[in-house]
Each structure stands twice: as structure tokens, then as C-alpha cells.
Design a protein around this ligand. Structure first.
Ligand SMILES: Cc1ncc(COP(=O)(O)O)c(C=O)c1O
Length: 385
């Protein structure tokens, strides 16, 4: 058999940690390696495969589109793109009027930052410590984390970092030069930090009062992950600019930047474009995926997520500092050797991912059942003991 791990390490630029397994297939909640070994996927590829792997309905609709038309430049009209745009805007809420399509989360945020500057005529941005918005130069400017930023300093414009979940810090940081505040409703990569219930509402009020655009990054929290289509819908907060990605297109690369009327009015032709943005293939994935997210599914995410958190909290171990999260976005903060714990879970055929420096993160697919959670918790408990 070919040594794919060797080939990958030989030919790919060394930017990813290598987890040492070669997966060749996915099936529901499982990833299957080259030897036919099944691994329980409790991370859904960093939150992408929300219906598990090879969901029949989604795959069929993407395959149909593959046979009809895959790519079409945005200067031409397309049935699938028009339908997906209407559906997404209608599902996200009345403030959102237009969508800009791209191909990744970072691209969605890159567009958001440019749109905010184009709308306000200002360049100061406020972001949060522990924030993750991507690693392109624009989004890296608002992503926290010394190790990612340092080699590229100085980054773009004037960015001020404030504590997440601290409304008075936001007030202090705002001034007449501020274009926008960019925030994740729950911080994901930074370590699964859930703010208090009133935070986002207060943020919205503060931004409106001081004429600062609010960019809500729902790339990780969106698409039902926390038990609502958008986490911000739980508190009925509408951003000026909303970004989405990850599971939005059923596994096909996608980014979406939704804007309100005011921002839409400021965007002129050619300001920001992408050859693949809004391609019919991804849009077929968007339509198929959105149509599968209904109240029943969101209730399941809420219920099974609460069960998972409850079971994790019931583990008696001095190594656990905290268990936190919402829906199926869950982090377990551990005292030591987080990476060692991830490796041991993997050796027991459970896939989880890191967040921050000390958190074991679970982002399972929404089709996860109690038996999968019980298996995960039991193996986790065993490792910690
Ligand atoms: C909240 C958030 N924003 C942006 C991104 C960047 O998305 P991508 O990796 O698709 O560029 C991520 C990725 O994890 C994310 O979690």
C-alpha cells in the first residue's frame, strides 16, 4: 500500500500538525482509515460536516448540480445561486438584505472588513482577545494569538483588542474613528468561551448608539451548531454584517457575508469579487443543507448537547478545570497535557480537536446519538483516570 502520510508530509507545505492517520472515506458519524478502521468523528472536520459524512440527500443534490453546472461567474445569473441567496437571507432575519458569496470563512470575514471600511469611511476596528477570524492578512489583523501574528507585524490598520464579554471595555475602545466591532457570539478556536446572556444585546445597543458597525462572525456558531440557525438569533440580535462558512454548503467550500441595507448601499461594482464565489455547486450545497435545518433538528442539537455537557460535567477528575459550551459546541478545559489527551482519545478511535492552549473541543455532527456520546464520555473518563 502507498504511504500516503509520507507523501503528504513530503509534498505539502508544513503548516498543519500531522495527526498520523490517513482517512479515505466517511460514513455518517464515522471516518474510515486506509485499513478500514472506523473512528467516531466528534469534531465533524472543525464543524463542517454537520449532517455527518455522505448524507444522502445533500450528496444527491450536490451530485445533480455537478452534472448540470459547477462554476458560473457572478456576472451571469444562475438559478441555484439566486435560490440559495434568497433562502439564506430569509432564514437569517429581516435586517439582512444582500449576500456576498466566497469560498471560506476567512474570505467571508475579509469581505466583512472591507465592507465595513467602505461603508464608514473609517479604518479602526475593535476585536476581542482570544478571537479567531481567519489567517489571511486582513483577518489575521483581527485574530488574536501572538504566534500567528508576530511574523507578519505590522498588520492592517488600527486594531484594538478588548476582552470578550466586557461591555465597558467596548465602550472605552470606541471613538469617532471606529469603523466596526467584530465578534464571535461564542469564541470557538480561542477556547469555547460563552459570554453572559445579555452581552450580544448590549453590544448591539452600544454599536448603534456610537454609530459603529457590528460584524457578527457566525462561521463556527452558525448553521444550527448552538441549537438555533444562528447563535445571535437566540437573543434576536441582528448585525450590520454577518459572516458564515463551515457547514453552510454541506461540505463544499463556501463563505457568506450578509449585509444590511446601509452596508449594501455603500458597496460598488468591482469593490470585492471572487471567481468561484457563489458557484452553483456550493449553492446547491447551501440549499440542500438549509432545507434540512428545521425546528426538530435544532431541538435535537439543544437536547443532545445538554446531555453531552451534563455527562462531561459528571466526570470526577482533578484534571478537568471546566466544561462549557452550548448545543454541540463544547469545550473541556484541562489542567495539563491537552494534546496528550487528544492523542489518547484518537488511539481509542475518538476524534476531538484542540481549542486555545488547554481545551479539548467537541463539534460532533448533528446526527450524533446518545450511544456515541456515552462511548466518548466513557473513553474520556478512562483516559483521565
Ligand atoms: C469563528 C471563525 N471565524 C473564521 C474562521 C476561518 O474560517 P476558514 O478556516 O474557513 O477560513 C473560523 C475557522 O475556524 C472560525 O471558527
Amino acid at each position: 500500500m502507498k504511504n500516503y502520510q509520507y507523501l503528504q508530509q513530503k509534498y505539502l507545505v508544513n503548516t498543519y500538525v500531522n495527526r498520523g492517520i490517513t482517512f479515505v472515506k466517511g460514513d455518517g458519524v464515522y471516518l474510515i482509515d486506509e485499513n478500514g478502521e472506523k473512528y467516531l468523528d466528534m469534531m465533524s472536520n472543525y464543524g463542517v460536516n454537520i449532517f455527518g459524512h455522505v448524507d444522502r440527500e445533500i450528496t444527491d443534490q450536490i451530485t445533480n448540480q455537478l452534472n448540470a453546472l459547477t462554476t458560473l461567474h457572478g456576472s451571469f445569473n444562475n438559478d441555484m445561486r439566486a435560490d440559495a441567496s434568497e433562502l439564506l437571507i430569509k432564514r437569517c432575519g429581516p435586517s439582512y438584505k444582500f449576500v456576498y458569496w466566497s469560498n471560506s470563512g476567512a474570505e467571508a470575514n475579509e469581505a466583512a472588513l472591507k465592507f465595513a471600511v467602505a461603508t464608514s469611511g473609517k479604518k479602526k476596528i475593535i476585536a476581542c482577545t482570544n478571537a479567531y477570524h481567519g489567517k489571511t492578512l486582513g483577518t489575521l489583523s483581527v485574530t488574536a494569538g501572538e504566534k500567528y501574528r508576530k511574523p507578519f507585524l505590522p498588520l492592517l490598520w488600527e486594531v484594538v483588542f478588548i476582552k470578550h464579554n466586557d461591555i465597558s471595555a467596548l465602550k472605552k475602545a470606541m471613538d469617532k474613528n471606529t469603523a466596526a466591532f467584530i465578534v464571535e457570539p461564542i469564541q470557538g478556536e480561542g477556547g469555547i468561551y460563552v459570554p453572559n446572556n445579555t452581552y450580544l444585546t448590549n453590544v448591539r445597543e452600544m454599536c448603534s448608539k456610537h454609530d459603529v458597525l457590528l460584524i457578527i462572525d457566525e462561521i463556527q456558531t452558525g448553521m444550527g451548531r448552538t441549537g438555533a440557525l444562528l447563535s445571535s438569533q437566540k437573543t434576536r440580535v441582528q448585525a450590520d454584517i454577518l459572516t458564515m462558512g463551515k457547514g453552510l454548503a454541506g461540505g463544499i467550500p463556501v463563505g457568506a457575508t450578509l449585509v444590511n441595507q446601509k452596508v449594501g448601499n455603500a458597496i460598488f461594482k468591482g469593490l470585492h469579487t471572487s471567481t468561484f464565489g457563489g458557484n452553483p455547486l456550493a449553492c446547491a450545497g447551501v440549499k440542500a443543507t438549509l432545507n434540512k435545518i428545521d425546528e426538530k433538528l435544532l431541538e435535537h442539537v439543544t437536547e443532545i448537547g445538554s446531555y453531552f455537557i451534563k455527562e462531561l460535567k459528571s466526570i470526577k477528575s482533578s484534571l478537568i478545570i471546566d466544561v462549557r459550551g452550548q448545543g454541540l459546541m463544547i469545550g473541556v478545559e484541562v489542567k495539563e497535557d491537552r494534546n496528550g489527551i487528544l492523542k489518547k482519545l484518537q488511539s481509542k478511535k475518538i476524534l476531538a480537536i484542540p481549542a486555545g492552549d488547554t481545551v479539548v473541543r467537541f463539534l460532533p455532527p448533528f446526527i450524533v446519538e446518545k450511544k456515541h456520546i456515552d462511548e466518548t464520555v466513557s473513553k474520556f473518563k478512562h483516559i483521565l483516570s
